[in-house]
Ligand binder design. Structure first.
Ligand SMILES: [Zn+2]
Length: 70
């Protein structure tokens, strides 16, 4: 599940992939091939807020390292 999301996000960055507002289908077309709704460029909000948590991520990394060593 998690790795699938990561793969999807890298796909979104590589290509101009759009997401249907109606049925959440991913497509490169401006209109959904399934329901003909307008599609929009999905922006993962996760990247924006990532800096805010960098301190905690570093901390987490350290803890992981210590856990591996012991
Ligand atoms: Zn659709």
């Amino acid at each position: 599940m998690q790795s699938r999301m990561v793969a999807l996000e890298s796909l979104l960055k590589m290509h101009k992939i759009l997401k249907c507002l109606g049925c959440d289908t991913y497509t490169i077309k401006e209109n959904c091939p399934k329901c003909n709704n307008k599609t929009t460029n999905p922006k993962p909000a996760r990247y924006k807020s990532e800096d805010k948590y960098s301190k905690y991520r570093r901390q987490y990394k350290e803890e992981m390292k210590n856990a591996m060593d012991s």
